[in-house]
Design a binder for this molecule. Structure first.
Ligand SMILES: Nc1ncnc2c1ncn2[C@@H]1O[C@H](COP(=O)(O)OP(=O)(O)OP(=O)(O)O)[C@@H](O)[C@H]1O
Ligand SMILES: O=C(O)[C@H](O)[C@@H](O)[C@H](O)[C@H](O)CO
Length: 154
């Protein structure tokens, strides 16, 4: 979890590869209207995110109930969002990619092929409620170090 540009997809892909498990990217589950909204520079509301979070919980459940493991890259900005994602799944563990505004802005503005505009970074930081029950990493660390910490601690 973490705000836009914190490295969720990058880290999740590597963790999933190392553990040979499936990786899901929550961005692939946003309804088109949510993506259009973000593209046009408007932050999502709790209401916009509600169905999406519910759907992601179902996706996790369908895999974990079968005994499969999965890595989900998801912003999960607020505690109540994480409560929906976690519902009925006590085995879920969180990795929080903690990022400072400057590094995030730099990475988001350098990305070419992404719908998220850097103008939304401040709204993401405002919405963010830092987790108390997560493994926390600083996004300025090299990718390999973050992945190693995730593999060691999750
Ligand atoms: N630890 C890191 N060091 C340097 N660059 C990184 C690191 N982690 C990610 N990046 C780069 O930062 C950018 C943002 O990463 P990524 O797209 O994985 O973030 P994200 O959290 O999935 O973003 P979003 O939620 O907006 O899709 C990418 O260009 C990625 O290559
Ligand atoms: O809850 C949200 O506002 C969204 O999930 C965003 O965080 C983006 O989808 C993602 O970070 C892409 O940049």
């Amino acid at each position: 979890m973490g705000i836009c540009g914190s490295g969720k997809s990058t880290i999740a892909i590597e963790v999933a590869r190392a553990k040979r498990i499936e990786m899901l990217d929550a961005d692939d589950f946003h309804p088109p209207r949510n993506v259009e909204k973000m593209k046009s520079g408007t932050p999502l509301t709790d209401e916009d995110r509600a169905g999406w979070l519910q759907a992601l919980n179902e996706e996790l459940k369908s895999r974990l109930d079968k005994g499969d493991s999965v890595v989900l890259a998801c912003s999960a900005l607020k505690q109540r969002y994480r409560d929906v994602l976690n519902a009925g799944l006590p085995q879920v563990r969180w990795l929080y990619l903690r990022g400072d505004r400057e590094t995030i802005l730099q990475r988001v503005s350098q990305r070419q092929d992404h719908f998220m505009p850097s103008s939304l970074v401040d709204s993401q930081l405002e919405a963010l409620e830092e987790p108390v029950d997560a493994v926390v990493v600083d996004i300025r660390l090299p990718i390999e170090e973050i992945v190693a910490k995730a593999l060691a601690e999750l």
